[in-house]
Design a protein around this ligand. Structure first.
Ligand SMILES: [Zn+2]
Length: 66
C-alpha cells in the first residue's frame, strides 16, 4: 500500500508508533497507527479494514481508486 503525498501532508505526524497509538486508543473511532513511507513518521488511519491485510481487501481497494 502506498501513501500518497497529499495524504501524508494532511495527516498528523507522530515520531513514534507509541505516540500515535496513544492517540489512537483515546479516540472514539478505531484508529490504527502505521509508518509512513514518505516522511518516515507515523500517521493514524481510521481505515482499519484492508490495512496490512493482503487478502480480503474487498471494498477498500475499490473505494480507494474510485
Ligand atoms: Zn507521512
Amino acid at each position: 500500500m502506498k501513501t500518497r503525498p497529499g495524504i501524508c501532508q494532511k495527516k498528523r505526524r507522530f515520531a513514534t508508533r507509541e505516540a500515535a497509538e496513544a492517540v489512537a486508543v483515546a479516540a472514539d473511532t478505531p484508529l490504527r497507527a502505521y509508518k509512513c513511507a514518505l516522511c518516515k513518521a507515523f500517521h493514524l488511519t481510521s481505515r482499519t479494514k484492508g490495512l496490512r491485510v493482503p487478502r480480503g481487501v474487498d471494498g477498500d481497494a475499490a473505494s480507494d481508486r474510485a
